[in-house]
Design a protein around this ligand. Structure first.
Ligand SMILES: Nc1ncnc2c1ncn2[C@@H]1O[C@H](COP(=O)(O)OP(=O)(O)OP(=O)(O)O)[C@@H](O)[C@H]1O
Length: 312
């Protein structure tokens, strides 16, 4: 059975905003599924429904085989949630907060074990308000781990963290997944999605626009060769059928399904014609080029800027 099964989900806010416009995806046990997208793509709106915090406008959501709202009791003890606003009281120490939370559960993992799992043992006596952002995020995770969840839902778990804290959280998530936990993760960090996701879906304006393993998603996009234009005409004879050459500002850009072959042809063309290729750059297809392709193909004038931001 899938840990998460979302079918034809839509979510429209009272304001009329159509945040989620008919998406379907499944998360298997022992798998990280990354929901990736621009700001406002609908990630949090989707996560809230899976976490049972909001009802779908239409469509169905099953979590561990249950309706997350109507069968909340069956789901609650088997899931852990880390949302963007970790709401633990700042006056409590790390140990007090974890123990208090464990006290609300049926058969929790020992508090000390959860604290150790997130590497906060030396911060146990520190009030939450004095923790760094990364430490707070790890504390949120410790709380989510208390119920030994079959499914962890993580909404942007490393946003605002430095590279080292982020890596620690990734290592922790990977260890949990290796133990069989399913993880539904939202992120707008491409590196995080690449590092963690077994499968991913790219959400854009409430719809899934690409889906599959990282390799599958990347394979649908093209490599790019670009250089500064010195002759004002496109390179002759370098393209295969269906490939494209464009000018972007003062650059010539070739998009190709075969980077090595096309690059060879570009270099031969330049050699034969005596053309200089300043700032020549060849970039294999990646999640980043996939996002930028998405930006180019959108009709939303604000999207390209947002898409560029998330690739940084
Ligand atoms: N409570 C709300 N009422 C009305 N509209 C909302 C509400 N929450 C979100 N929206 C709108 O729904 C759309 C999707 O928002 P959502 O927060 O789900 O996106 P997101 O992908 O999580 O974005 P971010 O990366 O910025 O957190 C946006 O257009 C947003 O403005």
């Amino acid at each position: 059975m899938n840990a998460v099964d979302v079918r034809d989900l839509t979510r429209t806010y009272k304001s009329g905003a159509e945040a989620v416009r008919g998406i379907s995806f499944q998360v298997a046990p022992g798998q990280v599924f990354g929901l990736l997208g621009t700001n406002g793509a609908g990630k949090t709106s989707t996560m809230d429904v899976v976490a049972g915090l909001a009802a779908p406008t239409s469509g169905t959501v099953r979590v561990l085989g249950h309706d997350p709202i109507r069968e909340r009791r069956a789901v609650r003890h088997r899931t852990g949630v880390v949302l963007q606003s970790g709401g633990l009281p700042g006056e409590l120490t790390v140990a007090e907060a974890v123990r208090m939370w464990a006290g609300t559960m049926r058969a929790p993992r020992p508090a000390a074990e959860a604290i150790e799992a997130v590497d906060l043992v030396d911060r146990m006596g520190v009030p939450i308000k004095s923790l760094s952002g990364g430490e707070r995020r790890r504390l949120d995770l410790a709380v989510a781990l208390l119920g030994r969840p079959d499914l962890l839902m993580l909404d942007e778990p490393t946003t605002g963290l430095d590279a080292e804290s982020r890596r620690r959280i990734w290592t922790l998530i990977r260890a949990l997944v290796d133990g069989g936990t399913a993880v539904l993760l939202t992120t707008h960090h491409l590196e995080e999605a690449e590092e963690l996701s077994d499968e991913l879906a790219i959400l854009h304006r409430g719809r899934i626009v690409a889906e599959g393993t990282l390799d599958q998603v990347v394979a649908t996009y093209r490599a790019e060769i670009r250089w500064g234009d010195t002759v004002g005409r496109p390179p002759a004879g370098v393209l295969d059928a269906g490939e494209a050459v464009e000018t972007e500002g003062r650059h010539v850009v070739v998009r190709t399904g075969s980077l090595q072959r096309t690059l060879g042809r570009v270099l031969r063309w330049a050699e034969d014609e005596g053309v200089a290729l300043p700032e020549l750059r060849a970039t294999p297809a990646s999640l980043e080029t996939a996002f930028l392709a998405l930006a180019r193909s959108t009709d939303d004038a604000t999207a390209p800027r947002q898409l560029e931001e998330i690739t940084r």
